[in-house]
Design a protein around this ligand. Structure first.
Ligand SMILES: [Zn+2]
Length: 447
């Protein structure tokens, strides 16, 4: 018996859109006691083709920019005959939509329920507009009951930004409306939510789930020791969901040890919403096939790459009315595999390789910062705060000590040897005790 609730049913008065047709698809799955997670691949593909065509029809009818792109690419009607033909649909670059709040809008401005924008460290923000139906109806149509075990018995602490970007409010809706959990809206170090108060609230209400970024999960654990709240006793979590920043498997495992619960990744963005979620096998992200169609393309030529090849992640949102993303170039790198995961889910598996602009070029090789982090975090004497600095082909690792009796010198040598053995690079190491903590996105790479 599934006790997960999905108990909220929201309807929007006199609302209709191109997405109404998919209510039947998901209702049928519900009635049969199924979710999209374990459907045979050809049924997922059938759904994708229908949903992509529905999205193409919608943007063709309601958005000049999308229509002109399609017409310039030779489309006479907004339709593809097979998923392979999706490669003929023009891709969408960030630069084109940056700072322009109307370019992709497919509804009247008065239909907008909520606006989110990217935290964009570079240049103008990217605006995304959701209709009420996007937020409360369509986004909640696909259920992932295998991946999410949260129920109304749970208390979820959401330590993500509630301002501007999607994460805080997006997870708030998911946990309240889909799972019926109690939500503690901690935010992330905002004026109303200092870290000690956040920990006290988690203790007071016996939080069982925490949703936050990797660096903030580390910060909360660290601060708990200072304010005398014992993790594992005062706060006993069942699960941590990490999002917002990438992190390596070894960093995730360090957090699992510290918090004493399973830690899983959730990959999404303010532009595209949810993209992938890790199952309990931790072998990559299962694509949220109900919400998105994901492709991998060669970053230079734009050509679609086969399964197994690493390239840029391109996302088409399937259940969006206000501002659908059609073949959106995320700037993130990864590769896709058919699922052979022994969790039994049939949704493709994504390996994330980080952001294109963050790769570290040492000599003639590109190194993913996550990979370097992974090997660094294998050393238990190293803390969770570090910097990677690249200057003139020399990588300097700045690290802190963690519950160790080693001297600075000994730890530096240990790191050097470990990185030479595991990554095959010679690096400089500086041991510090003052690496700054942050409430924002942790900046760890300096080039
Ligand atoms: Zn799996």
């Amino acid at each position: 018996m599934k006790i997960q609730t999905h108990k909220m049913t929201v309807s929007i008065d006199e609302h209709s859109s191109h997405l109404e047709q998919f209510k039947d698809f998901y209702k049928r799955l519900d009635d049969e006691g199924k979710t999209i997670e374990k459907l045979p691949r050809h049924e997922i593909d059938d759904y994708h083709l229908k949903a992509v065509n529905a999205a193409l029809g919608h943007v063709w009818e309601h958005n000049e920019y999308y229509r002109s792109l399609l017409e310039e690419a030779g489309f006479q009607k907004p339709e593809i005959d097979s998923l392979e033909q999706l490669s003929t649909v023009p891709m969408l670059k960030k630069d084109v939509i940056r700072g322009d709040k109307e370019k992709l809008l497919c509804v009247e401005p008065k239909e907008i329920g909520q606006v989110h924008l990217t935290s964009g460290t570079s240049g103008k923000p990217i605006y995304t507009a959701y209709t009420l139906a996007d937020q409360y109806v369509y986004d909640l149509l696909p259920k992932y009951l295998e991946l999410f075990k949260e129920t109304e018995a749970d208390v979820t602490a959401i330590a993500l930004p509630y301002e501007f970007a999607l994460p805080g409010l997006g997870f708030q809706r998911l946990f309240q409306f889909a799972f019926g959990t109690t939500v503690l809206s901690l935010g992330k170090g905002g004026y109303m939510a200092p870290v000690d108060k956040s920990l006290e609230l988690m203790k007071e209400y016996q939080a069982t789930v925490l949703t936050t970024t990797p660096s903030y999960a580390a910060l909360l654990a660290e601060e708990s020791e200072k304010v005398g709240i014992k993790i594992g006793e005062d706060i006993q979590l069942k699960k941590i969901w990490l999002t917002g920043e990438g992190c390596s498997p070894a960093f995730r495992e360090r957090l699992e040890k510290w918090w004493g619960c399973e830690v899983s990744f959730f990959y999404g963005s303010t532009e595209c919403g949810v993209i992938g979620v890790e199952c309990s096998r931790h072998k990559g992200y299962h694509i949220m096939e109900g919400h998105v169609k994901v492709e991998i393309v060669d970053p230079a030529s734009g050509e679609v790459l086969p399964h197994g090849k690493t390239g840029e992640i391109v996302v088409t949102t399937l259940l969006r009315e206000g501002m659908p993303m059609v073949r959106y170039r995320t700037g993130d790198l990864g590769n896709l595999q058919q699922s052979h995961c022994d969790c039994g889910l049939t949704m493709d598996v994504l390996q994330l390789r980080g952001r294109m602009e963050h790769m570290l070029r040492i000599g003639k090789e590109d190194y993913s910062p996550f990979m370097i982090e992974h090997f660094l975090m294998e050393i238990p004497d190293v803390g969770l705060w570090y910097h990677l600095k690249l200057e003139k082909d020399v990588l300097t690792i700045e690290a802190e000590k963690f519950r160790t009796t080693l001297s600075d010198q000994e730890l530096a040598e240990k790191i050097q040897k470990h990185m030479a053995d595991r990554v095959g690079i010679l690096c400089e190491v500086v041991i510090r005790d003052d690496i700054p903590r942050t409430f924002g996105k942790a900046t760890r790479v300096f080039v």
